[in-house]
Ligand binder design. Structure first.
Ligand code: HPA
Ligand code: ZN
Length: 341
């Protein structure tokens, strides 16, 4: 008899997370507490007054996301946010984390770049005892200009040189903001030694074109969301042949649109794409953290241990670590499975 998938198996499975925004981990309770500490009136008498039911589209989500993060002002705020999330990730058996942050969402409000990166970095340093390896990916906001992204890249340079930032990404409002708009800044980032990734959100205008630009012109090392690639056989073959990782966030899709995009995810998975599962903005997507994502998707899709093991393996295979580190994490998965038998 095939054993039913247990939540305990999911929770204990060693995994990497590659697509989660630190600002998207700001739970209403913390937003409320930080607002109080910084004496900011956010119009809420209790955390329950903070509304996270913002609607279905990307612009609606982004409005809530940028509103929530207004309370983050000091290094301590960024430290507390990151420290709380790293504890949660370590408790979820995330062994390797590549964490997004959105500096322009803060510098545009007058918060210095140094405040943001130093608060986040200090929390990473202080998490050294937690058995989780953490790297940062700096995202540019795509509704801002390429010049603004260039300026941000310049501000990041001293921190990149110290090894604090591993990659760059592109997020926020995709409408009329294609990858090509940022061609020069991504080329420069590549020259400086950053890994490259990009969001191609689901069902956006010209989304398949955007995926094509990201893969063929920007030559990203990984693709975030990008599930509409299943509509173009050549691009999908390219992704698979080149072993380019693709980060899916099923509960993020489900929270707003009531679908986990199972069809596209299964098509990629069954054709051997290196697809991983991630939480994206858990505090804004029904507080579905990484193990909720693994478990709920598997339940909905009749997946069992075998499939989730492959997802976890993919997460390490497509992370930006050395081959030796990959092998060591994959061995941790093997050990976990053999101890279960
Ligand atoms: N898409 C675009 N921008 C974002 C996202 C996302 O999923 N999360 C945070 N910023
Ligand atoms: Zn995202």
């Amino acid at each position: 008899m095939i054993q039913k998938l247990s939540r305990k198996f999911v929770d204990g499975l060693p995994k990497a997370e590659l697509h989660v925004h630190i600002e998207g981990t700001l739970e209403a309770e913390m937003e409320f507490a930080i607002a109080k500490r910084n004496q900011i009136d956010i119009g809420a008498k209790t955390p329950a007054d903070i509304d996270r039911n913002y609607g279905v589209g990307l612009p609606e989500f982004l409005k809530a996301y940028y509103k929530g993060m207004q309370v983050l002002r000091t290094k301590q705020d960024f430290y507390d946010l990151t420290a709380a999330f790293l504890r949660k990730e370590a408790d979820s058996n995330v062994k390797h984390l590549e964490l997004f942050f959105d500096p322009q969402a803060h510098t545009s409000r007058g918060i210095p770049f140094a405040t943001v990166i130093e608060g986040i970095h200090e929390a990473i340093v202080d998490a050294a005892s937690l058995d989780i390896d953490v790297q940062l990916i700096m995202c540019f906001l795509r509704e801002y200009s390429q010049e603004s992204a260039m300026q941000t890249l310049k501000e990041a340079e001293p921190y990149h040189k110290k090894g604090w930032i591993l990659g760059v990404g592109l997020d926020s409002d995709e409408h009329h903001n294609p990858p090509l708009k940022f061609m020069l800044v991504f080329a420069k980032a590549r020259d400086q030694g950053y890994y490259l990734t990009m969001h191609c959100d689901l069902h956006q205008v010209d989304t398949v074109d955007h995926i094509k630009q990201a893969l063929e012109i920007i030559t990203v090392d990984r693709l975030d969301h990008g599930l509409n690639i299943v509509e173009n056989a050549d691009l999908m073959t390219f992704l698979i042949d080149q072993k380019i990782g693709i980060t899916a966030c099923p509960m993020a899709y489900f929270y707003t649109r009531k679908v986990m995009e199972q069809k596209a995810i299964n098509k990629l998975f069954n054709n051997g794409a290196l697809i991983s599962f991630n939480s994206d903005d858990p505090a804004y997507k029904g507080s579905n953290y990484i193990n909720d994502v693994y478990y709920k998707f598997a339940q909905k899709s009749d997946w069992n241990e075998k499939e989730l093991i492959r997802i976890a393996q993919n997460s390490f295979k497509t992370s930006w670590i050395s081959q030796q580190e990959k092998e060591s994490y994959l061995a941790q998965i093997d050990e976990y499975i053999s101890n279960k038998r």
